[in-house]
Design a protein around this ligand. Structure first.
Ligand code: F6P
Length: 335
């Protein structure tokens, strides 16, 4: 058999563990297989930029952040049928039996359209996809995205560092978090560190109430602002500052952005093991001639749930953008 591996969208910890697991399981279970990396994600598939991978290429990478294969953003792919067709033909013409993809919701959508073209034209390659995103916005009705826990670990560490200074100086910190349109990363990191407040996308914030909360605090206040919220941390600082001035509140306000630091660095053990298990399970399924599909994140040792790509890519069925109410109640109960 001939396999290709593609890492798409934003890089995230766990991608390298997935690459390693696919390469090693494939070559150990059936040494006659050849495994190729697609260089630079979907752009590499468009350019037929492939590199053959050996077990040695994947030595010592399971814990490392980023992706050894690279991933370039290709936003135009979504609406460009010529590109989608070219990718499907490149897979077929290079005799790939399976393409293994780990990536965000854009990659899932891309995999689905390329797969539909393959089916329509009766081409040979099948596409197996799993999530890789710190945003936890890929098919999240079926488990947390790979990479999400690693990003919480990084965020927790940064939030604890900020607590030290916030507490020493009796300051309010407005802390921006990545996470695109969802508040998952900001919110779960907030729960883990015990932040005073997390501002979510689409939330109608009662600024006076928030200031009440701040003014009741003696030393540190950390307010995390999720990326998808309509106002920047600077705009929020200005709003709070105005109310502080009116009410003669003396706390200083500072801003900091956790941003790309949340995405890089060592993978959490959960992500390493989960991505390794998924890579291994997907290779075994490929050797059983499985159809294309999305592999949801389930615990190591349990068979992953497999969804059709059409269903998985339909976020109205497989995903929810807003935090469930019981998670919000849980966080409030711990405050
Ligand atoms: O999707 C992951 C993510 O890190 C988001 O949280 C963020 O909005 C985006 O990627 C940033 O992407 P880029 O690296 O292209 O700036």
């Amino acid at each position: 058999m001939k396999f290709a591996i593609l890492t798409g969208g934003g890089d995230c910890p766990g991608m390298n563990a997935f690459i390693r697991a696919v390469v090693r399981s494939a070559l150990n279970l059936r040494p006659a297989t050849s495994v190729w990396g697609v260089i630079d994600g979907w752009q590499g598939l468009l350019d037929s930029n492939f590199r053959r991978l050996t077990k040695r290429d994947t030595a010592g990478i399971a814990h490392a952040g980023g992706t050894i294969l690279g991933t370039l953003r290709l936003p135009e792919l979504k609406d460009n049928i010529d590109m989608q067709e070219a990718m499907a033909l490149n897979l077929h013409d290079n005799f790939f039996d399976y393409l293994f993809v780990i990536g965000g919701n854009g990659s899932l959508a891309a995999a689905n359209v390329v797969n539909n073209f393959i089916k329509e034209k009766n081409l040979n390659t099948k596409i197996l996809v799993t999530s890789g995103s710190i945003d936890n916005d890929v098919c999240n009705n079926y488990g947390f995205s790979n990479g999400f826990y690693s990003a919480i670990d990084k965020s927790l560490e940064m939030l604890e560092w900020i607590r030290d200074t916030a507490s020493a100086h009796r300051r309010v910190y407005l802390i921006a978090s990545m996470g695109r349109d969802t508040a998952y990363l900001a919110f779960y990191a907030g729960i883990a560190t015990g932040a005073e407040y997390v501002i979510r996308p689409r939330e109608e914030v009662d600024w006076e109430k928030l200031v009440n909360l701040i003014s009741e605090r003696d030393r540190d206040t950390r307010i995390i602002v999720a990326e998808g919220y309509e106002k920047s941390i600077i705009e929020i600082r200005n709003i709070l500052f105005e109310i502080f001035s009116k009410r003669n509140i003396k706390h200083e306000i500072r801003t900091v952005d956790m941003g790309y630091f949340q995405r890089g660095g060592k993978a959490a053990v959960k992500d390493i093991l989960q991505c390794s298990w998924l890579g291994y399970s997907m290779v075994k399924e490929a050797y059983n001639n499985c159809d294309s599909g999305f592999y949801a994140t389930f615990s190591v040792g349990h068979p992953p749930a497999v969804l059709t790509l059409d269903f998985a890519a339909d976020s109205s069925k497989s995903n929810h953008a807003d935090l469930p109410d019981d998670i919000i109640e849980f966080a409030l109960a711990l405050r």
